[in-house]
Design a protein. Structure first.
Length: 430
């Protein structure tokens, strides 16, 4: 099989790395890819993965490339091309592609759509309201006593969420999003949710339009600084499994969330094929869905795919073909921890082009893989090219061992201004 993977981040590097292990794959392109993706080779024949300089959001150029090279499967990583309708476009031109279509991608591209769907189909979530009027939004914040979460309706790279403790903070958040356009057009409408107390975990499920196969739990670390301080980011690290949900609780969450989700999709004529990623808050009243995402999480993908024992190509084919019911997901008993190394200043402004050293030494450590996110090649060296630069990932017999292995690898890597959290997975080890 020839594959075309779309995207350039740590999630896409993890997907390319896992797909390249499949004996089914004879050639692979990644558009646009990154410096690390270009270093991957196929297990089948040793061929290098070829990076193609086309933006993940340039649908006409991606389509022209796919029509010329005829990949057997196109695999979409990021949320933006899904929201733009890349799946519908490629299918209209007879190309086989994995990921939710535009109608299904609304679960992530519109928080208003998602919130109304959850309320309609009885999926447990926070009390919330959706607003396109600033004064009405502020009034709702007041009714919640200011303890609320204000979210931009549209896509905002995982950052369009402001946590508020007081009425003044909540009103300022509404103004920043709706008037100040802190997240651009994504903030023309907002969803305001009650502030839920509890432990946050990430769930993932692979769907084929009829069946949803749930993954083990993972936990992301959204804040930039240790102890969950600082600004929200796209994710500073993650680990799997978490100790916060038993197998029985995971099965119960699947029954209360995934089953009504799939029933609701059938009722609404939504053919959901791809990854569904609900962010959950484990409250004293049970799990509550904070939001839905329509793709693999980043950096959750890095820990999931290092633990996944199935052939990912076979799973994605089953998701496209509607045959997932015949598959059984198999997971390593080992734990996985991913520590994100970011550019100094992220998620604010940061410099690019800083030379990265120590990558080979880190990758040489046992059960360790350094996934590239914001990297590029310049004058024969690998340099920083984004906010989140690397996802340093390691397996261990338990979370403590995996955490120690990941941080041992981080210590081998240097670039000017490198910033990372030192407490990834710490909540599970208290």
């Amino acid at each position: 099989m020839k594959l075309l993977v779309i995207g350039s981040g740590g999630r896409e590097h993890a997907m390319v790395w896992k797909l390249a292990q499949s004996p089914h794959v004879t050639w692979m392109w990644c558009a646009p890819g990154n410096a690390g993706i270009g270093l991957e080779h196929l297990a089948k024949n040793g061929a290098a993965v070829e990076c193609v300089d086309i933006s993940a959001e340039d649908l006409p150029k991606l389509l022209a490339f796919a029509q010329e090279h005829r990949p057997d499967l196109v695999v979409v990583g990021p949320d933006n091309p899904l929201a733009l309708g890349i799946v519908d476009l490629f299918q209209q031109h007879g190309l086989r592609i994995w990921g939710p279509n535009k109608k299904a991608a609304q679960f992530e591209s519109s928080k208003v759509f998602s919130q109304k769907f959850m309320e309609k189909y009885g999926i447990p979530t926070a009390a919330a309201g959706a607003f396109d009027n600033v004064e009405e939004a502020k009034h709702f914040c007041n009714a919640l006593g200011g303890r609320c979460v204000v979210k931009a309706d549209g896509l905002a790279l995982g950052k369009g969420v402001l946590m508020c403790e007081t009425v003044a903070e909540a009103e300022l958040a509404v103004e920043e999003i709706m008037i100040g356009k802190a997240f651009g057009a994504a903030g023309s409408r907002v969803v305001i949710q009650e502030f839920l107390e509890g432990v946050e975990v990430s769930l993932h499920a692979l769907c084929d339009g009829k069946t949803a196969k749930i993954f083990p739990t993972s936990q992301d670390h959204k804040r930039a600084l240790d102890g969950d301080h600082g600004l929200n980011t796209g994710g500073m690290g993650t680990y799997s499994p978490t100790p916060f949900m038993s197998e029985a609780q995971l099965a119960d969450a699947s029954k209360k969330i995934l089953e009504p989700f799939m029933r609701g999709c059938a009722a609404e004529g939504i053919d959901y094929r791809g990854i569904l990623y609900p962010g959950l808050m484990l409250t004293k009243f049970g799990p509550r869905v904070l939001e839905f995402n329509a793709r693999f999480g980043d950096p959750e993908t890095q820990v999931y795919l290092t633990r996944l024992e199935n052939d990912l190509v076979e799973l994605l084919n089953a998701s496209v073909d509607g045959t997932l019911g015949k598959m059984e997901l198999k997971w390593s008993p080992f734990a996985s921890v991913c520590v994100v190394m970011a550019s100094g200043g992220y998620p604010g402004s940061y410099l690019k082009g800083k030379v990265i050293t120590g990558l080979d030494a880190a990758n040489a450590l046992p059960k360790t893989k350094v996934f590239h996110a914001g990297t590029a090649r310049k004058d024969g060296q690998i340099v920083t090219n984004g906010g989140r630069v690397l996802g340093v990932t390691a397996l261990g017999k338990d979370l403590k061992a995996a955490q120690a292995a990941a941080y041992a690898a981080v210590e081998k890597i240097q670039f000017e201004g490198a910033h990372f959290r030192r407490d990834i997975a710490a909540k599970s080890l208290v």
